[in-house]
Design a protein around this ligand. Structure first.
Ligand SMILES: C[S@@+](CC[C@H](N)C(=O)[O-])C[C@H]1O[C@@H](n2cnc3c(N)ncnc32)[C@H](O)[C@@H]1O
Length: 236
């Protein structure tokens, strides 16, 4: 895509503490087996889009979901356990997070997860359209300073891409515990005519739906007195 509206660079931590021996082994042995095709190799050719077909990756999945920035992978692994007949793609550039998810995949023998270890955005641009049933962006990095707002995952580019990837009726879930990011998301959602915010009453966005487990990040936000919003948008 020539008119990309993101800076092709990942901000934030890529790694913090050294991996445990088991995690390091899983990064070498399990990750290559469940890795998504590398979108950069498609994009570098001539910035080709629509190249990766998720149905080829999950040929018999009833639904295909994607989680962007899965952190420690608690939500992704939980959903994969609840829905063994769905395929779930996770994208995360943070090494320790990916290693944690791999541990859960091995512990629970999960067969229905594929991992993109890196920036989600090239992958988003490279997937074939209309094939995803759900997209999750849970507690994206808030980038509170105004001059960093362009680093935020949610923006007009993102809503356009989410609309391209989701089938009609598909669901986009976004959570944030930062009031400014909640406002920001709703403001951009208003400009995204392909989506409808499903909330009818305050409880619909104040209460986490039952099929949405808590992540460690969310638990920390609650402990620190921040109240998350759980936003659900439907693709028209
Ligand atoms: C605040 S954490 C939330 C993690 C997790 N979703 C949760 O709720 O526990 C934000 C996550 O987004 C990831 N992230 C940041 N930029 C990203 C990008 N360009 N593509 C994919 N993930 C990204 C970060 O590495 C981090 O793990």
């Amino acid at each position: 895509m020539s008119d990309q509206t993101y800076i092709p660079r990942v901000y934030g931590r890529r790694v913090d503490k050294p991996l445990r021996a088991r995690q390091a082994t899983l990064m070498e042995t399990l990750l290559p087996r469940i890795a998504m095709p590398d979108p950069e190799s498609y994009l570098q050719a001539d910035r080709e889009i629509d190249a990766i077909d998720p149905r080829e990756i999950f040929p018999s999945a009833k639904e295909i979901w994607m989680e962007i920035g899965f952190g420690g992978g608690e939500h992704l692994a939980w959903q994969a356990r609840q829905h063994p007949d769905y395929g779930i793609i996770g994208a995360e550039p943070f090494t320790n997070g990916v290693a944690k998810l791999l541990g859960q995949i091995e512990d629970h023998k999960l067969e229905n997860i594929r991992v993109h270890f890196g920036d989600a955005r090239p992958l988003i641009e490279t997937l074939k359209p209309g094939l995803l049933d759900r997209i999750f962006v849970l507690h994206p990095d808030p980038w509170p300073k105004k001059r960093h707002h362009k680093r935020r995952m949610i923006n007009p580019w993102f809503f356009d891409q989410a609309a391209r990837l989701l089938r009609p009726g598909g669901i986009l879930r976004v959570a944030s515990d930062i009031p400014d990011y909640i406002r920001w998301t709703l403001m951009h959602a208003q400009g995204a005519t392909q989506f409808e915010w499903t909330a009818e009453r305050a409880e619909d966005w104040r209460r986490r739906p039952d099929d949405w487990p808590q992540t460690r990040y969310e638990a920390k936000a609650l402990r620190e007195g921040r109240t998350p919003a759980y936003l659900t948008f439907r693709r028209n």
